[in-house]
Structure formats: C-alpha cells, structure tokens
Design a protein around this ligand. Sequence first.
Ligand code: 6PG
Length: 245
Amino acid sequence: MASVRVYPSADELARAVADFVVLRAADAIAGSGRFTMALSGGSTPRALYSLLATPEYADRISWTHAHLFWSDERCVPPDDPSSNYRMARETLIDRVPIPAEQVHRIRGEDDPSAAAEAYDLVLRTVLGSPGPDHSPVTGFDLVLLGLGEDGHTASLFPGKSGVREKTRWVVAEDVEAVGMWRITLTPVVINAAHSVAFMVSGAGKSARLKEVLEEPANPDRLPAQAIKSRSGGPVWMVDQAATGA
Ligand code: 6PG
C-alpha cells in the first residue's frame, strides 16, 4: 500500500518535503559521507527549492557533502526559461554553498541521444557499476518526482518506451505530448534509490493521483505506477487540493 502524506496547503507541503530532504540528507551523510539527490522539474518544486535556500534551512543541509542531479530535462539550453536546471539554479543552487563540480546537470543543449548517453555515464561514474539486474548497486539517496496531469513522472510519458526500459539508466525520447525531446531517468535507476518522494500539489492533479494510487498497475498508461524504491515504495507527499478534498 502506498504511503500517502496529506498536508493542508501547498506551503505546508513544501515545508514537509523540505524537512524530509533535510532528514534524508543527514541520514545519508552520516552513513556514507555524501548525499545524492535527483531533483524533479516542472513548477511544483519551485516552492521547495526556494525554501531550502532560506536562512531557516541554510545550515540544515551540509551542501559540501551533497551531489545534485536531475530526474529529467527538457532538450533546451541551460538558460532557457523551460530548463529544469535553470529553475533549480535560480531558486536553490545559486543560493547555497554546493561546490559547482557537485552539480550534475543534464546537457539539454546537446543532441538528445548523446546527452542521454553522457548522463548515463555520469551516473555510473558517481553511483557505481550496475548489479546483475542492470540497476545500480547503490542508488540515489533520494529521488524527488512530480506527477503530470496525464500520469507521467520525470519525462516518462504514457505510451513511450522509457517506462519499460530494462537496462539503460537514462534515455532520450521525442515526446509528442509536449512537442519536444526530453531526457529522463528510467525506472531502472529511479527504483534503485534508497528513497523516492513524489511531491504533488493542486486540484488539477487530483483525478490522476487517485487513478495512480487506486487503479491496477498499468504503467504504460500511468508511468508513475512504475516507480518503487528500495525502502519499500515511493512516499507520496501531497496537499489537500491534490486529493480532491
Ligand atoms: C518536468 C518534470 C515533470 C513534472 C510534472 C509535474 O520536466 O516537467 O520533471 O515530470 O514533475 O510534469 O509538473 P508541475 O509541477 O509543473 O505540475
């Protein structure tokens, strides 16, 4: 059964996810000396990233021990208004003392397939070699994900092959639904994470969230259903509006 935590407002959701990140980071750094996190894109996490950059949270994460990645990227330059990297840079990265070499962006400006292959190699360099099931033996400490109104997550879209990928950790796909190429982590690497947290806000997501949580597994139609984690299953952190209440 999925773990679903409901918060009264978008602000309280952002604060709860920020606290979750702080705890996960402290646990990871205590255990391995580092914290590896894949950031989600879109608009929902803006409030989270901005909060993590405030003085209230400034010294609650040891940023010098953190490595940031992305769950997906639009195939655009890093200064493009739709770049997930740009959003995170403006709201968080430029405002915390994380060493530049520990920020591992996806090169959206490059040829999509080449950029996906290059990022796959970056992940194997940082996370380590795969096990017999092709997934990393040691996955991300935390992967943050959002939910699209069509049930996509990261850039794993309905009907696209990325959700069924069994060996590659990163793929590029021409996503007709959004009229652009996207680069995305696959369930092979996402599901090897110690923790996966979905952050979902707003009434516009309520119908799809209910389907993802309650309908029988059909990842081709609802890619978010393909997501698990090594610690038992994604944690769904949602606001009241996203529950349809
Ligand atoms: C992206 C995201 C994507 C996002 C959902 C929700 O690149 O757009 O990674 O998976 O999380 O589309 O987006 P919103 O938060 O904007 O609703």
